[in-house]
Every structure is written in structure tokens, then in C-alpha cells.
Design a binder for this molecule. Structure first.
Ligand code: NI
Length: 184
């Protein structure tokens, strides 16, 4: 099924999410539905709180960015359950990002260019993996959702002021986007 995406102002986006319990029913189905929801909205990452589930889980698929210049994105599709970032590189890079829960907003955010992550997949296989470049950025963005943070928390006060009108409109449920959303 395709879920509506919870937009800025919905309290679940500000909650610290709980670990996914080992006996969670039909986790592979949830992962598949999260991918479906994400594809429909043309996103490259989606965290469970964005569909109203306060759980430590997110999906990323950036395979669409794979080309001759970026062959490293081939197969760049993962399900992260109860992830833990265990190492972060010192090098930072600023690059634009957006979020399906903040439609219409795109801002530059500095992120580490390398992260090492321990996580489970949807079948409870444990993994430890290093991600770099845009994949590392996506992991950090989605990981923040699990702690009730949004990428606009990382931008300068000036840039936040520039987006105030858009954010206020979201709080009033005035949103124009191509996918179905849940607003306050
Ligand atoms: Ni997001």
C-alpha cells in the first residue's frame, strides 16, 4: 500500500522513534510499502516517522542517480532497521537537500562524506557498511528523522527566515504537492 506522507507540523516527526521490535509483524511488507510510497513521491529516502510510524527504520534508493559518471550508485538500495551510525568521517561537504515532509524546500546542508553504519535489514540480517558521498548524506538525513530532527534544523537562522512563509503555510495545511500528505 501507499501511505500518505506526514508533513511538517505533524508531531510524530518530532518524536524520538522507538526501536523496531524483533517480533514486528511483516517487516518485509512494511519495507516494500515504504519503497512504494517513496517512489510515488519521487523521493530517494523515506523514514518510518514520515508515514506516521514512530519506529527506527528507513529506506534509501538512489540507484536512479547511477550513470557512467557515478557507477557507485548501482545497487544503492537498502532497508535500514534499528540503524546505528558508529563512525562519521571528519570531512564535511555542503550540498542541497530536500525532504518529502518539507515539500518545496531545498537548502544546502553540510554533512560528513563518510559514515559507517550498523543496521539490520527487513529480514533481520545484521550488516555493517561504509557509505560515502551522496549515500552517506542520505543516511545522515534519514537517521535524523529517527531522532525527531528535520534537515531545516541544520540551516542558518537567515535561511530559516527565508523559508518562514512556506513553513507557516504547511502548519496551516496549505500544501501543494503531487503526492498525498497528512497535515495538522
Ligand atoms: Ni526527510
Amino acid at each position: 500500500m501507499i501511505y500518505p506522507i506526514y508533513v511538517y507540523g505533524m508531531p510524530v516527526l518530532r518524536k524520538v522513534a522507538k526501536e523496531v521490535p524483533k517480533d514486528y509483524e511483516n517487516l518485509p511488507q512494511l519495507a516494500e510499502d515504504m519503497f512504494k510510497t517513496m517512489y510515488r513521491a519521487e523521493g530517494v529516502g523515506l523514514a518510518a516517522p514520515q508515514i506516521g510510524l514512530s519506529l527506527r527504520m528507513f529506506v534509501i534508493d538512489i540507484e536512479i542517480l547511477a550513470d557512467d559518471e557515478h557507477p557507485e550508485f548501482k545497487g544503492a538500495k537498502r532497508v535500514f532497521v534499528n540503524p546505528e551510525i558508529i563512525e562519521m568521517g571528519d570531512e564535511l561537504k555542503a550540498q542541497d537537500e530536500g525532504c518529502l515532509s518539507l515539500p518545496g524546500i531545498s537548502e544546502s546542508v553540510k554533512r560528513a562524506t563518510m559514515v559507517r553504519v550498523k543496521y539490520f535489514d527487513e529480514n533481520w540480517n545484521e550488516h555493517e557498511e561504509v557509505f560515502t558521498g551522496f549515500f552517506a548524506k542520505a543516511v545522515q538525513h534519514e537517521y535524523e528523522h529517527l531522532d525527531g530532527k528535520l534537515f531545516i534544523d541544520n540551516i542558518s537562522p537567515v535561511r530559516r527566515t527565508m523559508n518562514r512563509g512556506r513553513l507557516q503555510a504547511m502548519l496551516k495545511g496549505k500544501i501543494n504537492c503531487r503526492y498525498s500528505v497528512k497535515t495538522v
